[in-house]
Design a binder for this molecule. Structure first.
Ligand code: HEC
Length: 385
């Protein structure tokens, strides 16, 4: 094996599993989140239906979020172990050297610097990504909590915080996904394939390019001093109980986070029963009898109701109680004239007082069309008093 192909250990199995959990939770969050943010795009519509509908998508999103947070809890406690028990250096913390490395790297890429920077165990690109991840974790956790538990949130904060949290959550998601696709994928997959998170090791060639400073330290034998067993035991005696308390508290916090409020997923149950949304009005039943022209809405169709008045007006002048045919009272109408009855109840055509006074007739006194009609109906109905 040539010296350049010599490999250097970088990540143990636990870190690689952590990375795998991140891939799973982050990708799931990104996919199920973005199809909710851009719900109207055809890709989203297809994916939502493939995944089983919006309710399912939201549940998957929350399961992935829980996994993501639990990963964060584990990472935090493990960090405590590395810093307190093993007294490792906080190699992810950025410093001035990283700023210089970034500038030099930029100039080198443009051909203005002769040498690429010799970078530490974690170079500036990795530190930026780690901090972005940390920031994203906090920002997404907070805004996600607000969206997951809107009622609890609005007990403390004004209602505007919910739509604001939604916008922030969605835009930070776009930023995070783009950061992974552009920054992370470029640095570890496109520039060259980085096996460190899969095999756990890195070649000398790649170490030189990306972690030159660390490689020099390794070559010169400057490695981390192992903790002696006694000190280790002492520190673990403090770290273990503390970390257990922390772990229990944090996991309890996560459980509280995901369960303490019922939100839209469970409060609004979809209605699957057959509900008629359009109920036509029952048609009005047809009248049982065809309409008759009987009905005078103004006054009753009787002698006293209106007919008497009509006779008085149209006939009274000549057919009063001054001899001959009198039409001035109900009794007189039945009494008839010198030639006998002029009224046959039920039969207008046989009633002279009806036929003689037709509107187009030549009698000195005639009814109007309307009056004539009412008199006809009055006779048909039996010439009621
Ligand atoms: C301008 C006067 C005048 C008016 C108004 C008048 N009539 Fe006469 N009517 C007469 C005269 C005149 C006769 C013939 C003399 C008679 O038989 O008494 C007559 C005859 C009649 C007769 C025949 C009597 C019979 O015994 O054969 C009837 C029926 C009659 N009128 C109905 C009416 C009715 C109904 C009206 C109202 C719509 C009316 N008339 C309005 C003048 C009038």
């Amino acid at each position: 094996m040539s010296a350049e192909n010599k490999t250097y250990h970088r990540f143990d199995v636990a870190r690689r599993i952590e990375h795998l959990l991140l891939i799973i939770s982050f990708t799931t969050l990104g996919v199920t989140g973005l199809i909710q943010k851009y719900a109207l795009s055809s890709i989203s519509v297809t994916l939502v239906s493939v995944l089983g509908g919006i309710e399912t998508v939201r549940i998957i999103h929350r399961i992935a979020a829980t996994l993501f947070i639990l990963e964060g809890v584990y990472h935090f406690i493990h960090l405590g172990y590395l810093l307190y028990v093993q007294r490792k250096q906080a190699t992810m913390m950025p410093g001035i050297k990283d700023g210089k490395d970034a500038v030099q790297s930029f100039l080198y890429n443009l051909g203005f610097a002769k040498e690429a920077p010799k970078m530490p165990r974690y170079n500036f690109t990795e530190k930026m990504e780690y901090l972005a991840m940390l920031w994203g974790f906090i920002a997404m956790g907070l805004t996600g909590f607000m969206l997951w538990n809107p009622i609890a949130t609005t007990r403390i904060l004004p209602g505007e915080f919910i739509p604001a949290a939604k916008v922030a959550h969605g835009l930070e998601a776009v930023l995070a996904v783009l950061a992974i696709i552009l920054w992370h994928f470029y640095n570890v997959h496109i520039k060259h394939w980085n096996w460190a998170m899969i095999r756990g090791t890195m070649t000398r060639h790649q170490m030189k390019e990306e972690h030159g400073e660390e490689l020099e330290a390794i070559d010169s034998g400057k490695t981390d001093v192992e903790v002696d067993p006694q000190t280790y035991k002492k520190r673990m005696a403090i770290f273990m109980p503390l970390s257990i308390v922390f772990a229990v508290a944090l996991v309890a916090g996560v459980i509280y986070f995901i369960t303490f409020e019922e939100t839209a997923i469970t409060t609004i149950q979809p209605v699957y029963a057959d509900v008629e949304v359009f109920v036509p009005r029952t048609p009005t039943p047809l009248p049982t009898l065809p309409p008759t022209p009987t009905l005078n809405p103004v006054a009753a169709n009787t002698w006293d109701g209106s007919i008497g008045a009509v006779f008085a007006e149209k006939c009274g002048l000549c057919h009063g109680s001054n001899g001959g045919l009198s039409l001035s009272s109900y009794g007189d109408v039945f009494a008839g004239g010198t030639n006998g009855a002029v009224l046959v109840p039920g039969d207008p055509e046989a009633s002279k007082l009806f036929t003689i006074a037709a509107p187009d007739g030549s009698h000195p006194g005639v009814f109007s069309e309307d009056e004539w009609d009412r008199v006809r109906v009055w006779i048909i109905n039996g010439a009621q008093k």
